[in-house]
Design a protein around this ligand. Structure first.
Ligand code: BDR
Ligand code: CA
Length: 314
């Protein structure tokens, strides 16, 4: 079984990724760490606890609070226009009795990696602030994490926050550059591939009809929160009746890397440019010289990936 920590800014697609991880076979969720991004970090933690109460109330999976702002930048607002006021499409889930752990997100990541060297896969679904802080706490972290799967960035398609930057990297570009040049075994799953895996209203109908009986509450949550997400993608991106599974694809890739086609690339994340901050600069020259090698997803078997996602709930 793959042992994972999910680091997320629990918005709608983060929620889908968490629910997928709680239902997928062959995975142990060792903990969930939260970060600002789609919403504030406290709200991200509260959403996470409520999702755990909905999907796995008996498990007491540890949840840690992480960074409330970027390493050096002022907070530039949240993404409530995409994810709703509360980050999960304004669906009101019952509160949880579970408390947050007393460690910070960075401390939690460092301790788990230290206690289980070579075992833990960290899946980041938000800003890379917590992981950057974890590198400060333990410079030896790169030899202890098995892999870091990052949902973020884009190389071959436009960005979603600026013409060249994707939200998770744009929100803390200093942290992203630090992580990408740290020597950690990073797999970047960017917008250019996640935009190929759409969940549609037809898929939701399938889930409602064929979803397992004990998953009906989860499916009802997905249905309601996705209405918000569909509306945003229709109005802002002309996607009709569908929305991309950004964060779930990164999570699935951590468990089934063969869903993706990947390439080694040397990359840096721009953090000084006025119009280019958060952009992934990939050195695609025959003899790359800028940045460090990471693995980058360049394509996905989209039909299979969506099938894998849906089947976890059926
Ligand atoms: C990423 O940004 C967030 O809004 C989503 O949750 C996802 O992690 C997509 O750019
Ligand atoms: Ca996210």
């Amino acid at each position: 079984k793959t042992r994972i920590i999910i680091d997320c800014d629990t918005g709608i697609d983060d929620a889908l990724a968490i629910l997928y991880a709680l239902r997928a076979p062959d995975v142990v969720v060792e903990g969930i760490t939260t970060v600002f991004g789609n919403i504030g970090v406290e709200q991200a933690a509260d959403n996470t606890l409520r999702l755990l109460a909905l999907a796995r109330p008996e498990a007491e999976i540890p949840v840690a609070l992480g960074a409330s702002q970027a390493l050096v930048r002022e907070l530039r607002g949240f993404s409530q226009h995409v994810h709703g006021e509360n980050g999960i499409g304004d669906v009101q889930l019952p509160p949880s009795n579970q408390r947050l752990v007393s460690e910070t997100a960075a401390e939690f990541i460092v301790r788990l990696a230290d206690e289980n060297p070579g075992e833990i896969v960290l899946v980041t679904l938000g800003r890379l602030t917590n992981l950057s802080l974890a590198l400060d706490l333990d410079p030896g972290l790169k030899g202890k994490l098995k892999k870091v799967v990052v949902m973020g960035g884009t190389i071959f398609k436009p960005g979603n926050v600026t013409p060249v930057a994707e939200a998770n990297l744009w929100g803390d570009p200093e942290a992203a550059d630090r992580v990408f040049t740290s020597g950690l075994p990073v797999l970047m799953v960017g917008l250019d591939v996640t935009l190929k895996t759409l969940i549609t209203t037809e898929h939701l109908e399938l889930l409602k009809r064929y979803g397992r009986e004990d998953n009906q509450a989860i499916i009802e949550f997905m249905d309601k929160s996705l209405q918000h997400y569909f509306k945003f993608y229709r109005d802002a991106n002309y996607v009709i009746n569908g929305a991309p599974l950004h964060d779930p694809l990164a999570l699935m890739a951590a468990l089934q890397p063969d869903l993706l086609t990947c390439r080694q690339m040397k990359v840096r994340v721009e953090h000084q440019g006025e119009h280019t901050s958060g952009m992934v600069v990939a050195d695609l020259r025959a003899q790359p010289r800028i940045g460090e090698f990471i693995e980058v997803a360049v394509d996905v078997d989209a039909q299979r990936a969506v099938g894998v996602f849906l089947s976890a709930f059926m």
